[in-house]
Ligand binder design. Structure first.
Ligand code: NAP
Length: 277
């Protein structure tokens, strides 16, 4: 039997509807600022999507386009100005940044209470002690998709393939916080197939097109495909979708799975920061 699809686009629509309902009770408009350094076309497109999402929920949004040769000091000053603005409740700095900019220093400058991406070390550190406040968007979206299955997380064996600070590492912590037993796999894992096959919940975030094949998946597993790989003008996931859906119980499509939920969680984080909780 074919796996049930976890429709991230539909779930994201529901998240936005809930945000619009909550907004009716507010006496101010939540504001999100996006900082872009340079004019990388992919970044420009992602930012356009974020702005459109903000419009859908009636948030104020603004994009700060800064020159590619901006100095580290000027960029940091710019972020500090946004930190101080009361009408901007959330902000993010679009990655990647030019090589002459210290990415970590930039992330550190975004104040934890303005950190719409949930990537400031303070917010990431809170995950370690199971104090989830503003959490990173993609991992939070993944948890929502897993919850959509109606299956329990507690007591399951979750395997995260990929350990980036953006996706793999925080999603593993969030699953651990929900009492899953978590295994991390990465490029040095000795027998990745054996580890993956133990997973009741398999989260794949490596950026390798169709890396996960059906024989690497436990029958009945929940498979979350985070990967976005552009191949011949198409977005392809890290999972061999057609074959794996014959083995898994639930699977996210690419596109239309994790991506839309990542964007929806950015809106949720902005609202959370705006209302201070
Ligand atoms: P990343 O920073 O490049 O990290 C990739 C991770 O995968 C690393 O931990 C790496 O291991 C591991 N890896 C790479 N090749 C491997 C292999 N052959 N076997 C086992 N592990 C391997 O990437 P990322 O930012 O986490 O993103 C991963 C993918 O998710 C990308 O396709 C990205 O576009 C996508 N993504 C999607 C969304 C969304 O909203 N849908 C959001 C973010 C990212 P090492 O640590 O050992 O190097």
């Amino acid at each position: 039997m074919s796996a049930e699809l976890l429709n991230g686009s539909r779930l994201a629509q529901r998240v936005r509807s809930r945000i619009r309902r909550k907004l009716k009770k507010l006496t101010f408009t939540p504001g999100l600022a996006v900082v872009q350094v340079g004019d990388d076309p992919a970044s420009t497109l992602y930012i356009k999507h974020k702005q459109r999402d903000c419009e859908k929920v009636h948030f104020h949004s603004e994009v700060h386009r800064l020159p590619p040769d901006i100095t580290q000091e000027t960029l940091i000053e710019h972020i500090e100005t946004l930190n101080a603005r009361p009408d901007i409740h959330g902000m993010l700095v679009q990655m990647p940044l030019p090589v002459h900019i210290d990415k970590e220093a930039v992330i550190d400058t975004v104040m934890p209470h303005k950190d719409a991406d949930g990537l400031n070390p303070v917010n990431l550190g809170n995950l370690l002690i199971n104090r989830e406040g503003v959490t990173p968007c993609t991992p939070t979206g993944i948890i929502r998709l897993i919850e959509l299955t109606g299956e329990k997380i507690e007591g399951t064996h979750a395997v995260c393939i990929g350990r980036s600070p953006l996706v793999g590492k925080p999603v593993g912590l969030m699953l651990l916080n929900r009492n899953a037993t978590v295994t991390y796999c990465h490029s040095r894992t000795a027998d990745l197939k054996a580890e993956a096959r133990k997973a009741d919940i398999l989260v794949v975030a490596i950026g390798r097109p169709e890396f996960i094949t059906a024989d690497m998946v436990k029958p009945g597993a929940i498979v979350i495909d985070v990967g976005i790989n552009h191949v011949n003008g198409r977005a392809i996931g890290d999972v061999q979708f057609e074959a794996v859906r014959e083995v898994a119980a639930f699977i996210t499509p690419v596109p239309g799975g994790v991506g839309p939920m990542t964007r929806a969680m950015l809106l949720e984080n902005t609202l959370k920061l705006a209302i201070g909780g």
